[in-house]
Each structure stands twice: as structure tokens, then as C-alpha cells.
Design a protein around this ligand. Structure first.
Ligand SMILES: [Mg+2]
Length: 213
């Protein structure tokens, strides 16, 4: 039955090769980029909590609205090579496709539109009238560890799907294991040891997901 089965994809280093926050930091001096990249890696490897870096990275970068739009294009330019065909196939099979990401909604939205995905769960950013950075949605579950499984449980209660699959590269994705019927680790861009060890299945191409679910 349509709407009965949902598949959630992480965005950064899964649907696209880039980490949006790192690309925003690349627009700043080298020292800022190095610091942000280090924090992102540590958080995605589960070495430090996400909420300890979330606001910190943003307050150093202070991304402009227009810069977020540029990241949206970068996601598209560096899309996972099999992503489009995979999503098409999943829809044919009756799956509802969603993005669940600790990335930034204004940057991910254009990419999601490109992918034809309407269900986007990512952290919103706030801008002043001139586009300068004001803050982020601090209450969003994806801005902390344990947020993604909480969100999937809430969506299941609200939307009533029977089966949920999660695909992602990070430790925050692996955390959803208790909230989904199947967690598939993705290592096409970065193969993280903890995720590979904890995942029930592991793929290096998104296209391989289709035969596993
Ligand atoms: Mg990721």
C-alpha cells in the first residue's frame, strides 16, 4: 500500500558527496575551515556530541542566505552517482522517500527539489532581511544526538507507516537502528568504522539498497 513504507536518507556524504557545513566553512579563512571540518568529522564518528558542535560551527561561519543557496547547488553538482535512478526505482516500488539530516534546510531544500523529495527533515536557519545569519532552530531534534530516531518515531505515530528503512553514513544515522526495521550503512564517500560495525547491511552504492529492502 502506498505510504505504508518509508525510506529515510541522510543527505551529507550519502545522497551527495559533500558535507554542507564544511563547504560553507571553506568560504571562510583556512583556519575556520580546518576547525569546522575537525568538529564535523568527530561528531559524525561519534567521538563528540552533535549538540556540542552544532551552534559552535554556525557561530564561527555565520553563513549568509545566498551562501546556503550555493551549497544547494553544490549538493546537486556532487550527487551520489546512483541516487536519481535509486529514488526512481524506490518510488516505483511504492516507497515514500524522505531526507532526515542534521544539515541546514535552506541549503538542502534546492537539492531535495532536484531529487523530487517533499519530505525534508533538516535544521532551519534564520536570516535577517539582508540575508545575514541570525540563528538556527535550536529545538530541532536533528541538532543533537538521538534526534533522528526520535523524529522517525514521531513521524511513525503521526503518519502511520508500517515499515521504515534508514540509509546513512554517520553515527547519528546509526542511532536510528532502534527506530527502523532496517538500517543500511553507506560508505561510498566515507566508510566510518562504527557505522560499518553496527549496520545490519552496508553498501557503497545507493543502487544496492533496492535489492535489500
Ligand atoms: Mg552524513
Amino acid at each position: 500500500m502506498n505510504g505504508d513504507r518509508w525510506i529515510f536518507f541522510d543527505c551529507d556524504s550519502t545522497l551527495s558527496a559533500i558535507e554542507g557545513v564544511d563547504e560553507l566553512a571553506r568560504m571562510r579563512p583556512d583556519s575556520v575551515f580546518a576547525e569546522v571540518k575537525r568538529l564535523t568529522d568527530q561528531a559524525m564518528n561519534g567521538e563528540i556530541p552533535i549538540d556540542s558542535v552544532f551552534g559552535r560551527r554556525l557561530s564561527v561561519i555565520r553563513p549568509h542566505e545566498e551562501e546556503c543557496a550555493r551549497i544547494g547547488q553544490a549538493y546537486i553538482d556532487q550527487i551520489e552517482p546512483t541516487a536519481l535512478e535509486t529514488l526512481g526505482r524506490l518510488r516505483e516500488l511504492g516507497w515514500t522517500v524522505a531526507i532526515i539530516s542534521g544539515g541546514f534546510l535552506p541549503a538542502i531544500r534546492p537539492f531535495a527539489q532536484f531529487l523530487g523529495i517533499e519530505e525534508i527533515h533538516a535544521v532551519d536557519l534564520y536570516f535577517a532581511a539582508d540575508g545575514s545569519y541570525v540563528g538556527f532552530d535550536e529545538a530541532h531534534p536533528n541538532a543533537r544526538n538521538g534526534g533522528k530516531p526520535d523524529l522517525i518515531r514521531a513521524l511513525r505515530a503521526e503518519r502511520g507507516f508500517q515499515k521504515a528503512v534508514m540509509v546513512g553514513d554517520g553515527v547519528s544515522d546509526l542511532e536510528t537502528k532502534s527506530a527502523v526495521e532496517l538500517f543500511i550503512g553507506y560508505g561510498g564517500f566515507v566508510a566510518r568504522e562504527k557505522v560499518q560495525a553496527g549496520a545490519e547491511k552496508f553498501v557503497n552504492r545507493l543502487a544496492d539498497v533496492v535489492g535489500m529492502i
